[in-house]
Design a protein around this ligand. Structure first.
Ligand code: BTN
Length: 250
């Protein structure tokens, strides 16, 4: 199997690199292919949200994966990517990113990187997953739309050592390859441990809907599957599989 980043296609402009990868059969069929865009005009975020782009200041790319994992481990890819990105940012900038479940990469309580995994279920050829990564490298929160200014940060604003986007991309791909391979070789316990080491949990609260109504609680950590375990205020414990929840930091 080819390595992640063995081929990198550079686009001056794309609507969304995830959409390009998902809609171009030849790209989707190449495990490890990376698509980088200098600017996105219709970047997409999780839960149907928009991803705001600052042309020339962000690192925005998608990676095609053909996971050879038991189906129950595919959701762990979210954690693999988050840990790999956090490690690469730390290596290149000296900042120490934290993680907010499932895969927001945070610095000083603000989001510095968003990750969007999208896929096609495994047919005869197996599952295809497109991992979209957007890292706010340069610029400042003030450069973003007003409603985002209080909740995001950039690596340079957070005081990180300056790093060329190209060099950060290389570091992310190297870490991703290593983490991805480790998971395939039985590395789930180490992955969960490394994710948890960076996790924002203490003092946080979460709110989400269940068929029986809204629940508020405190995130406790990960289950063995990589799902979020929540202690509800009502005394019950909940396992959250999707990230559809309101998260309040301390
Ligand atoms: C989120 O935090 O909601 C996820 C944001 C993911 C953004 C990246 S940028 C590259 C790729 N292309 C997209 O349209 N989205 C992802």
């Amino acid at each position: 199997m080819k390595s992640i980043g063995h081929r990198i296609i550079r686009l001056e402009e794309a609507g969304s690199t995830n959409t390009v990868a998902l809609e171009t059969e030849a790209y989707l069929e190449e495990h490890g292919l990376v698509l980088v865009a200098e600017r996105q005009t219709a970047g997409r975020g999780r839960l149907g949200r928009r991803w705001a782009s600052l042309p020339g200041k962000q690192l925005e790319f998608s990676v095609v994966l053909h996971p050879v994992l038991p189906p129950e481990e595919v959701p762990l890819l979210s954690l693999v990517v988050a840990v790999a990105v956090a490690e690469a940012i730390e290596e290149k900038t000296g900042l120490q990113p934290a993680l907010k479940w499932p895969n927001d990469v945070m610095i000083e309580g603000r989001k510095a990187c968003g990750i969007l995994l999208e896929g096609r279920p495994g047919g005869a050829r197996g599952a295809r997953v497109v991992v979209g990564i957007g890292i706010n490298c340069g610029g400042a929160p003030e450069d973003f739309p007003e409603e985002l200014r209080d909740i995001l940060t950039t690596l340079s604003h957070a005081g990180g050592r300056g790093v060329a986007r190209e060099s950060l991309l290389e570091a992310v791909l190297t870490r991703l390859q290593a983490r991805y391979r480790a998971l395939g070789e039985g590395g789930r316990p180490a992955l969960l441990q490394d994710w948890t080491r960076r996790a924002l949990l203490e003092g946080c609260s979460v709110r989400f809907n269940t068929p029986d109504g809204e629940v508020e609680g405190a995130p406790l950590g990960l289950t063995a599957e990589g799902y979020l375990l929540v202690q509800g205020r009502d005394g019950d414990r909940y396992v959250q599989i999707s990230g559809e929840m309101v998260w309040t930091l301390p």
